[in-house]
Ligand binder design. Structure first.
Ligand code: GH3
Ligand code: MG
Ligand code: MG
Ligand code: MG
Ligand code: MG
Length: 303
């Protein structure tokens, strides 16, 4: 088995015995040793050990101090630490567990029990890792619109809060573009809803391809998208929106939509400006600009 174990004990004989016990059953691929808490902590940082077996009474720095050091490091949370000590009284055990030890074993130890308890800790660790990954995946999924892969409306609100706050604090401008596909109902009516979905995903992809590092795009409604351009003036926002407009116009859809021409209209608004001092007014102005783009013939950008 791979992974690294760190054995901290001032007795070389105990360290040997522990390492041999683990090697005999094929646990871990790397074995590190240290003779007190201080050396143990340094070794832990450089070795990135997956599990620690630690004595309590040691010169220079004891096991409790070692636990405190580990507890102070956010990057070491969840690291399994098994105390292995001659101190058999309940208070010592309680103190160890309260200071962050995962388990507490006393010497002389039974090798079968040590192995079993190490396996329990590794099992818990792998379940924790799985849970953490599942949570991260869940968090990603809750932010994303399934059909288009763009951020969803809920997450757009979060992004806008953050970007608006940043723009205000740094006295930078922030442009917001609302994009609406022109006559999209006709696409559905002519080609069917499923092909309509293909068009939506394709347009979203065109938008995505045009984002710079700090821009964000979200699906705002059925066939409406919002693009947030931090640090961008009204002119810059309008130019970006017009590049999107042109790119959608030029886009060739997959068969049977190869002859379809889709256009978008866009409304642009920028913070700060006389009528815009919060997120609501930013949206309102962009929406009014979009309305004008529709009124003025579609396939165009208005500010
Ligand atoms: P306009 O140029 O004025 O925007 O015309 P439009 O037809 O695009 O406007 P409208 O907002 O009236 O129609 C939007 C259509 O988008 C209606 C709805 O059926 C369709 N739509 C909304 N969500 C989806 C979706 O997820 N998939 C598909 N295929 N169609 C959708
Ligand atoms: Mg000792
Ligand atoms: Mg619409
Ligand atoms: Mg409409
Ligand atoms: Mg539309």
């Amino acid at each position: 088995m791979s992974g690294c174990v760190l054995v901290i004990d001032d007795s070389a004989a105990i360290r040997d015995q522990v390492v041999r016990t683990l090697k005999d059953v094929g646990l871990f691929g790397e074995y590190r040793e240290a003779k007190d808490g201080m050396e143990g902590f340094k070794t832990l940082i450089e070795s990135k050990a997956d599990l620690v077996i630690c004595d309590v009474e040691m010169p220079r720095m004891d096991g409790y101090k070692f636990l405190q050091l580990v507890a102070s490091r956010p990057d070491l949370q969840g690291l399994p630490i098994i105390m292995l000590t001659g101190k058999q009284d309940f208070n010592s055990k309680i103190k160890g567990l309260e200071q962050g030890a995962s388990d507490y074993l006393t010497k002389p130890f039974d090798s079968g029990e040590l192995v079993a308890r190490v396996k329990v800790q590794l099992k818990i660790k792998s379940l924790q890792d799985e849970l953490k990954q599942a949570n991260e995946q869940l968090k990603r999924l809750t932010n994303i619109d399934h059909l288009t892969g763009l951020f969803n409306r809920r997450y757009l609100a979060e992004i806008l809060e953050a970007e608006f706050f940043r723009a205000k604090r740094n006295r930078e401008s922030l442009s917001l573009v609302i994009v609406d596909i022109d006559f999209f109902k006709q696409v559905n009516d002519t080609y069917g809803h499923q092909n309509g979905d293909v068009v939506l995903a394709s347009v979203a992809n065109v938008v995505q391809q045009h984002l710079r590092a700090y821009d964000s795009a979200a699906r705002y409604g059925g066939e409406e998208f919002v693009v947030v351009y931090p640090g961008t003036s009204l002119e810059g926002g309008a130019a970006a929106a017009d590049r999107l407009r042109q790119a959608v116009l030029d886009f060739t859809f997959p068969p049977p939509l190869q002859d379809l021409t889709v256009t978008i209209s866009a409304g642009v608004a920028t913070y700060p400006s006389p009528l815009i001092d919060n997120i609501d007014s930013l949206f309102r102005q962009a929406d009014e600009a979009l309305y004008r783009a529709k009124q003025n013939g579609r396939n165009r950008v208005e500010t």
